[in-house]
Design a protein around this ligand. Structure first.
Ligand SMILES: Cc1cc2nc3c(=O)[nH]c(=O)nc-3n(C[C@H](O)[C@H](O)[C@H](O)COP(=O)(O)O)c2cc1C
Length: 350
């Protein structure tokens, strides 16, 4: 692919974006300790290959929530795609559909879920929400998600309060420009509500939600194995290990270090999804080997969008899938399901 990779895509994106928007996408909470750790902890792991396994062409596909996906790489929910490119979420959706990859549309999207679905009728979509104190509004969102035919509902549980993003405070970046809005927060009256980050949300809300919908529920932002255990007991369809890309509680462990204990706790009862710091196909393979069923990318999608709209997002999937295929082959693995902890070793940091 012309020597391109996700890092060169970020450089292209940075050159095109207003500095304050770049900082909003790139930044993390407080001292950005967790943000940095997400990438460096993955980089510090090594892969130990086996040879002469006669594997042929490795298989990347999987079935998740009854949906066939061509790759374990998916688009994690990220806000404000129209800040990256005027085509915004519709370009993301088309690119994900073409790659047969899951796209988790954010509650904070600048395009409504209905409009996203309209341009990508075949896309494997999921919808992410933050539990709102107004249960009526949350329920209305769930009905919209059901009507839009999403494969799953991702409930982000790592945001009882908004993380302190000092880059944004320094840049005076506090809200969307007036011509854009969080379209999923627009009520029937046409008024756009603010997203509430509520510290009153509890497991009771997950229980309530489960009773309200047949959609598979994924809890996104699980860090502690005991929380994974509670989630599984409550009947969620999947657990997602994530520290929100280092944007919420700074000084959390690197996301990849959270994964093994949670995979142990869940013990195959439900899929374990993962994101945080994934920039290479080898990073995807490391996460799969440590227990992830599928692996999300957040910022790389925004870099792709900013660099080239839908075509840029397509490059993200093409690069990661190509790199993952090569990494599997070099490790002697015939499919993503064959990745196990035996291939991962601790190494020195770069
Ligand atoms: C600019 C930006 C916006 C985000 N918006 C959301 C969001 O609306 N909902 C959510 O659950 N997570 C959100 N996230 C977190 C991502 O879903 C994901 O957990 C994180 O980006 C993964 O780390 P990575 O960027 O290193 O891949 C956002 C992340 C970024 C960088």
């Amino acid at each position: 692919m012309n020597g391109q990779n996700l890092r060169s895509l970020e450089h292209e994106a940075r050159a095109r974006l207003e500095p304050a928007v770049y900082d909003f996408f790139a930044g993390g909470a407080d001292d950005e300790v967790t943000l940095g750790a997400n990438e460096s902890a993955i980089a510090a792991l090594r892969l130990l290959p086996r040879v002469l396994r006669g594997i042929g062409e490795p298989r990347l596909g999987l079935d998740l929530f009854g949906t066939k996906l061509a790759s374990p790489v998916f688009a994690s929910p990220t806000a404000f795609h129209k800040l990256a490119h005027p085509d915004g979420e519709t370009a993301t959706a088309r690119a994900c559909a073409a790659a047969h990859a899951l796209y988790v549309v954010s509650m904070a999207a600048t395009t409504s879920l209905e409009d996203v679905r309209k341009v990508a009728p075949e896309a494997a979509l999921a919808f992410q929400i933050y539990l709102q104190p107004d249960r009526g509004f949350t329920e209305a969102l769930v009905r919209r998600a059901e009507r839009a035919g999403v494969a799953a509902l991702f409930v982000s549980v790592d945001s009882p309060v908004f993380g302190r993003r000092e880059r944004d405070l320094r840049n005076g970046f506090t809200d969307l420009p007036p011509h854009l809005a969080c379209e999923n927060m627009r009520g029937n009256d046409g008024v756009v509500r603010s997203i509430t980050f509520s510290s009153s949300a509890s497991w009771d809300d997950i229980d309530w939600l489960r009773a309200k919908t047949d959609l598979p529920i994924v809890v996104k932002g699980i860090a502690h194995r005991d929380d994974a255990a509670i989630a599984v007991r409550l009947g969620v369809a999947a657990v997602m290990v994530s520290n929100h890309g280092g944007r919420q509680l700074d000084v959390m462990p690197a996301a990849i270090d959270l994964l093994p204990p949670i995979a142990d706790e869940v013990a195959g009862r439900v899929p374990v999804l993962f994101d945080g710091g994934v920039r290479r196909g080898t990073d995807v393979l490391k996460a799969l080997a440590l227990g992830a069923t599928a692996v999300g990318v957040g910022r790389p999608i925004l870099w792709g969008l900013a660099a080239g709209g839908g075509e840029g997002v397509a490059r993200v999937f093409a690069s990661l899938d190509d790199e993952l295929r090569r990494a599997l082959t070099l490790c002697g693995l015939g499919s993503i399901g064959e990745a196990s902890r035996a291939i991962v070793m601790a190494g020195a940091a770069r």
